[in-house]
Write a new protein. Structure first.
Ligand code: MLT
Length: 429
């Protein structure tokens, strides 16, 4: 007999079906709850709410498991490339060589942006945060491709939007940095692979020859893979919610970029580096900051520790820690901030206070260190996260659209005033 959940309300009994995922996660299907009972559920922060059924990413927070389309993150980070993982997330299968070549070729062909996009840069203050520019310019693509707002796009038209977005985001992302620095903007180079081209646009100057370091390319591939999807996190849920109104792919992803910018989400990697810099400026005594973190009355918070869904460890952090060690030793980098980071990491892994509260270093903690080692400026860290997360957002938007999901429309429990009559201004005290 199919499993169901019984609910007793005001002495009346109701039955709701239980639905089970392929990894045996169970959920009570309350789609008919309000119709049948007049009640709704309240779940602030949606910690117990499955907003959708999805076949893209499996995450087990208790066991520290993360898989994209069934493939373990460890294998993908070690053996795959960012574009291959992007294809996997978006289309559901690992590509054949011909499919991957075609996907890469299409993306390479579309990396140029309309010259009018370039002009928009002039309208931003030069000190603007790169995430503000990134979200605005990604949204502006809807203006350059107005047909993208149609709710009836064919498969081919959706694919073209996907390719354009994957291609143009790296150009726009690199230009946000160049604009910020007051450097000339570099046009993409079609002879380079995705990661090399991004590094070239970020770091080269028209006046000098730029040598691409294969160790940095490989570290970047790994970082982007590790950030590529993370099921229904805040920015992804935003992309799906905005997309559920039939908004364009560009508009939906732009909304996701804004969600990611928040310091409680993707902005955390920038906050980690700023925290390490503040500790260094204060003299570098990590034990003082560990004590502050433990003091309930001290507002200081250790950034980059613990995670809302991982209860033991973040599997991405394990891979990225090793990558950070490899990159730093390969590049011969001796960074004093790294020493501070290592001391904090050691404290968190050995101190009872942190162990009990499951405050272990997460992906944001180590990613900031690698980004710094490969020369990415702190303000660009969250842009790098967005670059990595893009295939996940696209895959989730596409899945939502293909499954014809209804518009997202949560309800509320109203706690305001009861009905009252309008009072003229002269009668108000
Ligand atoms: C992410 O990768 O999106 C972050 O770890 C946040 C989350 O999953 O809630």
């Amino acid at each position: 007999m199919a499993e169901s959940a019984e609910l007793i309300l005001d002495g009346k009994s109701y039955s709701f079906p239980v639905t089970e995922g392929t990894e045996h996660e169970k959920a009570i299907d309350i789609a008919k709850l309000r119709d049948q009972t007049g009640y709704i559920t309240i779940d602030s922060g949606y910690k117990n709410t499955g907003a959708t059924k999805s076949a893209i990413t499996f995450l087990d927070g208790e066991e520290g498991i993360l898989r994209y389309r069934g493939y373990p993150i460890e294998q993908l980070a070690e053996q795959s490339s960012f574009l291959e993982v992007a294809y996997l997330l978006i289309y559901g299968t690992l590509p054949t060589q011909a499919e991957l070549d075609n996907f890469s070729h299409q993306i390479t062909k579309h990396t140029l942006v309309h010259e009018d996009v370039r002009k928009i840069f002039d309208g931003f203050p030069s000190a603007a945060h790169p995430m503000a520019i990134l979200s605005s310019l990604i949204c502006s693509l809807t203006a350059f491709y107005p047909e993208s707002v149609s709710p009836d796009l064919s498969k081919e038209e959706i694919d073209l939007n996907v390719i354009r977005l994957m291609a143009k985001i790296s150009t726009i992302a690199a230009w946000t940095y160049k604009n910020n620095m007051g450097h000339p903007l570099n046009y993409p180079r079609n002879d380079l692979d995705y990661c090399s081209n991004f590094l070239y646009m970020m770091f080269s100057f028209p006046t000098e020859k730029y040598e691409i370091d294969s160790r940095i390319v490989s570290a970047l591939n790994k970082l982007l893979i590790l950030h590529a999807d993370h099921e229904q996190n805040c920015s992804t849920s935003t992309v799906r919610l905005v997309g559920s109104a039939n908004a364009s792919l560009y508009g939906s992803v732009s909304a996701g970029i804004n969600a990611l910018w928040g310091p409680l989400h993707g902005g955390a990697n920038q906050e980690v580096l700023e925290m390490l810099q503040a500790i260094q400026k204060d003299g570098g005594d990590t034990s003082k900051f560990i004590a502050k973190a433990k003091d309930k009355n001290d507002p200081f918070r250790l950034m980059g520790f613990g995670h809302r869904v991982y209860k033991n460890f973040d599997p991405r952090a394990k891979i990225i820690k090793k990558a950070a060690d490899d990159v730093l030793s390969a590049l011969g980098i001796n960074d004093p901030l790294l020493k501070i980071a290592q001391e904090l990491e050691q404290a968190a892994l050995t101190d009872e206070y942190f162990i009990e509260r499951k405050l272990y270093p997460n992906v944001d903690f180590y990613s900031g260190i690698i980004y710094r080692a490969i020369g990415i400026p702190t303000e660009m860290f969250t842009v790098m996260f967005a670059l990595g997360r893009l295939p996940g957002w696209i895959a989730q938007w596409k899945e939502m659209r293909e499954n014809k999901e209804p518009i997202g429309r949560p309800r509320q429990v109203y706690t305001g005033e009861l009905e009252r009559d309008y009072v003229g201004i002269e009668q108000r005290s």
